[in-house]
Each structure stands twice: as structure tokens, then as C-alpha cells.
Design a protein around this ligand. Structure first.
Ligand code: NAD
Length: 500
């Protein structure tokens, strides 16, 4: 293990100025509001443990007021009725403005969620691509689809639904804001976004930019900051939403889906994962090991679709393990804005305890530690650092079945193709699995046999605009993201029929 020691990059003046606010307020109906009772919560830099912002902690009445503003903006701001090419131009202007401030957004994201700076930059680029993708796609939709039926004139018209709610987690705050807001706005809806309490800052900076440049009518985009069981719960329970999107844990997903179900608000849940990588005997061992180590250490393993269970063909198992152990030991752990750091902290002390707890629970349940893991120290930084770990043993082990959300992979050997597929599918989750082999016919067979929303070949964590990304089982229900289907989901179809 070699903790990085380089000095961190300097904060840009725009970032320092943004962070210097005494209170970061929520953005509602084009204005900045405090919580009705003055409640606040603190946001911490996970790499130092230091407080970086105090944020308004909205209560139910504040959230309800916000949803009313989104209803009014849908009805009265002109956004929903704007010609699609004009609306698309607005989305392009937002994308361009974010691009001009890419480094500012990336620093805010990096310091807020502990993400390595270059990865934060990648998330900002993804947000920009998402807005451009849906802005362009919205112009290709058939908004009035004539249907030829005997003795009838008939067509299906497509209109925006109305106010849409978004509750998102802390691991990809800005990227996920883009995945939600991009299609909903492109379709002409109004939005209420509830970021995670650990990471609300990039969404607030987005609102500030949109307000300063006067890019959207008031009430079209609202950001309600607050805690899950107050602000989040109020969002999930508001009956005035026409669409709800939740991204986060299966436990909270159930609560949100129940609340939406009571109001008959359609809800889409993008939840956790326990992805598998099935590695066959004909792979290039160093190259494949490097890619899987990169996947499990990417954003310190806090990635829903990560490869966390590695099924390695018996013939190469020992060599593969040795290669992975060597590579994982050399991953440079450091402050997220140090240029030399390859892996930053986890997001919070709670998350660190979760990761360390699973290492203990896994061993108690019979797992062998191939690489020990544990808490990591980074000189001069009091952050929430952990070392990568590798475990092995029965796939019934608690650490092989439950989502750890840290840089920990669980390994098991397999013999035949059928066995590899069976082991990969033996989980309650179904988000992203990968198959690794030089035999592309075998790869295609195995990828399609996965019971998951995504099957990747010779790569992991592959998400491309235009290709649907969703989960099955405990990984999600009701939709998906980044594809034409996503945009369609934000358009309300109405069939109009006239007998002739
Ligand atoms: P979480 O479920 O704890 O929180 C997610 C959001 O829900 C936060 O904004 C939180 O404030 C809010 N929330 C908490 N309690 C609530 C309640 N009672 N009612 C309404 N909202 C509430 O998840 P997390 O710990 O922030 O994120 C990690 C989880 O997210 C992991 O399981 C991960 O796999 C999943 N995830 C999934 C995807 C995907 O695309 N499938 C993407 C990213 C993360």
C-alpha cells in the first residue's frame, strides 16, 4: 500500500467563494429559501473530515410548497408548451454553460463526495453529454403519431406529464442529477430534485448558474436540500407528482415505492447491485486483472453496478489471485484532489464502518482474506480512507451476498460455462455483470444468459448514452436511464380517436 503524498490542487476562486457562504439555501421557484424552522445540516469533505458547508434542511411544508411551485411552473411558465426545438436549445445552453465551468463543478463534486478529481471531471462530462443527448433526441420524437385504422381517424399525441420528483444518492450526485433532469426537462416537465444530504453542493451550484444566466423559468427546476426521512420522505409522499424517480438503496427504495403506490404516482427505482465478473481461462491475466482492480477501486468501490463477485476459471485461479493482490497493494490511496491519488476516501464514517464491518462479518462467516483491507491512513488528512480487500470462500458468505459498497471483491473458482453463469445469477440483485474471454461467441452467450439489466463483454461499468441502463430484481424496477425509452417515459401518451 502506498498512500499518495502529493499536494492537493488549489481550490478555484469560484469554488472558494461558493463554499464561503454561511448558509447554502435550497432553490425553490427561482429563489433561495431557508427551512421554515431554520433547520440546517453540515456537509463534510470526506478526505479531511472538515465541515465545508452548512445547508438548509427543508421540512415537509417546505417540500410541499416546492411541489406547488413546480405544478404552477408546469401550468404557467410556458416551459411545457415551448416548441421542442426552443426547449432543446435551452438544454444545450445549460450543457455549454456547465462545460465552460467544468473545473468548478469538478472541484465541488470532488471535495463534496470524496471522488478523485479526474473521476469527478468525468461525471461532469457525463452530465454535459446527457443534456446534449436528450436535447437532440427530443427533436426526433414523433409527438403526433397518426395510426391507420379502418373507419377511424386516430392518432397518439405525446405531452409532458407535469411535475417530476427525483431522489438521488451520494455516489454520483451530479451525473445522476443529469440522468434524471436531462430527459424530464427535454420532454417539457418541471422538476424537484432531492440530492443526498452528504452531497448536495453540485446541484446547488447548477441552480446558481442557471439563475445567474437566466436559463430556465422560475419553478421549472427546484432543488430541495434536506435529510432523507424529512425532505426525502416528503418528496416521496407528495401526491402532486406525475412521475417519481428514486436512485439509492433497496431499503429506501421500498419506502419510496410504497409511498408512491399509495398515491398511484408511477415510480422508477434504480437500486443497488452485487455484480459479477465471469473470467474464463483464455484471458490475458495481467490485462484482465488490471481492469477488474480498476473497476473495484473506481470511486472507492462505491458504484452500484460494480464487479464485486469475481468468478475465476479454476485453471487460472491462483495466477489471477496473485496478480490482483499485487496490483491492489500498489493502488495509491490519497486525498481526492491530489494528482497522484488513485483511490480517495469513502463518503462518510458510516460508510467506512460499513466496509470494515463486512470484512469482519465475512471472516466470521468463514471467508478467507486474500488481501486484508482495513482502515487506511493518509498523512495530514483525517478522512475516511480504507484499503482495498479481496475475500474468497463460499458464495453463500454474507460478504458475497450483500452490497458492501466499498473496494472489496469476493472471489470464487468455477469450471464450466454453465457453472459460471449459475454462480453469477445466484443473487437477489441484477444490475451489471461482465464476461471475460477471447471467445466472443462464448461471451455473447454468457452475456445474454445473465439475469441482469446489463451484460458487458471484456469490460465492466460500461454505460453509453443511447443504450438502456436499468436493473432487475433487487436492483430496480420501472424504467431505466440514458436511452430513448427514458425520454419516452417522461411523455404522456394520449390516444385521440374519431369514428368516420
Ligand atoms: P439511500 O437509499 O440511503 O439514499 C438515497 C436517497 O434517498 C438520499 O437522497 C436520501 O436522503 C434519500 N432518503 C433516505 N431515506 C429516505 C426516506 N425515508 N424517504 C425518502 N428518501 C429517503 O442510498 P445511498 O446510501 O445514498 O446510496 C447508495 C445506494 O444507491 C446503493 O445501494 C447503490 O447501489 C445505489 N445506487 C444505485 C444506482 C443505480 O443506477 N441503480 C446508482 C447509484 C447508486
Amino acid at each position: 500500500m502506498s498512500p499518495a503524498t502529493a499536494t492537493a490542487q488549489e481550490l478555484l476562486p469560484e469554488v472558494s467563494e461558493f463554499l464561503s457562504a454561511d448558509l447554502h439555501k435550497a432553490f425553490v421557484n427561482g429563489e433561495w429559501i431557508e427551512a421554515s424552522g431554520g433547520q440546517t445540516f453540515d456537509v463534510v469533505d470526506p478526505g479531511t473530515g472538515n465541515k465545508i458547508a452548512t445547508v438548509a434542511s427543508l421540512q415537509k411544508e417546505d417540500v410541499d410548497r416546492t411541489v406547488d411551485a413546480a405544478v404552477n411552473a408546469f401550468e404557467g411558465s410556458g416551459w411545457a408548451k415551448m416548441p421542442v426545438n426552443e426547449r432543446s436549445a435551452v438544454l444545450h445552453r445549460i450543457a455549454d454553460a456547465v462545460e465552460q465551468r467544468k473545473a468548478v463543478f469538478a472541484q465541488i463534486e470532488s471535495i463534496d463526495c470524496g471522488k478523485i478529481y479526474s473521476q469527478a471531471e468525468g461525471d461532469v462530462e457525463n452530465f454535459i453529454d446527457t443534456f446534449r443527448y436528450f436535447a437532440d433526441l427530443a427533436q426526433t420524437v414523433n409527438y403526433r403519431n397518426v395510426i391507420a385504422v379502418r373507419n377511424h381517424e386516430a392518432w397518439v399525441a405525446r405531452h409532458p406529464w407535469g411535475p417530476c420528483g427525483f431522489i438521488i444518492p451520494w455516489n454520483f450526485p451530479f451525473l445522476l442529477a443529469g440522468w434524471g433532469l436531462g430527459p424530464a426537462l427535454a420532454a417539457g416537465n418541471t422538476c424537484v430534485l432531492k440530492p443526498a444530504e452528504d452531497t448536495p453542493l453540485s446541484a446547488l451550484y447548477l441552480c446558481r448558474m442557471i439563475q445567474e444566466l437566466d436559463l430556465l423559468p422560475a419553478g421549472v427546476l427546484n432543488v430541495v436540500t434536506g435529510l432523507g426521512d424529512t425532505a426525502g420522505s416528503a418528496v416521496s409522499q407528495n401526491p402532486k407528482f406525475r412521475r417519481m424517480s428514486f436512485t439509492g438503496s433497496p431499503e429506501v427504495g421500498r419506502l419510496v415505492a410504497e409511498a408512491c403506490g399509495r398515491n398511484l404516482v408511477p415510480v422508477k427505482c434504480e437500486l443497488g447491485g452485487k455484480g459479477a465478473a465471469v473470467v474464463f481461462e483464455d484471458v490475458d491475466i495481467p490485462q484482465t486483472a488490471a481492469k477488474l482492480v480498476e473497476a473495484i477501486t473506481f470511486h472507492t468501490g462505491q458504484v452500484c453496478c460494480d464487479a464485486t463477485r469475481w468468478m475465476i476459471h479454476r485453471d487460472i485461479y491462483d495466477d489471477f489471485v496473485n496478480e490482483c493482490v499485487t496490483r491492489m497493494k500498489s493502488v495509491k490511496i490519497g486525498y481526492q484532489m491530489d494528482d497522484s491519488a488513485e483511490m480517495g476516501p469513502v463518503v462518510s464514517p458510516v460508510q467506512r464502518e460499513r466496509v470494515l464491518g463486512y470484512l469482519k462479518k465475512g471472516v466470521t462467516d468463514g471467508a478467507e482474506l486474500l488481501l486484508e483491507g482495513g482502515a487506511a491512513e493518509v498523512s495530514g488528512r483525517n478522512g475516511y480512507f480504507v484499503k482495498p480487500a479481496l475475500m474468497a470462500g463460499s458464495l453463500d458468505n454474507v460478504a458475497a451476498r450483500e452490497e458492501i459498497f466499498g473496494p472489496v471483491a469476493f472471489l470464487a473458482p468455477f469450471g464450466t460455462e454453465e457453472e459460471g453463469i449459475r454462480l453469477a445469477n445466484d443473487t437477489d440483485y441484477g444490475l451489471g455483470n461482465s464476461v471475460w474471454s477471447q471467445d466472443l461467441a462464448r461471451c455473447a452467450r454468457v452475456a445474454e444468459a445473465f439475469e441482469s439489466g446489463n451484460g458487458w463483454i471484456n469490460a465492466h461499468n460500461v454505460i453509453v448514452h443511447g443504450v438502456p441502463y436499468a436493473g432487475v430484481g433487487k436492483s430496480g424496477m420501472g424504467g431505466g436511464v440514458v436511452s430513448p425509452e427514458t425520454l419516452n417515459d417522461y411523455l404522456r401518451p394520449i390516444s385521440v380517436v374519431r369514428p368516420l
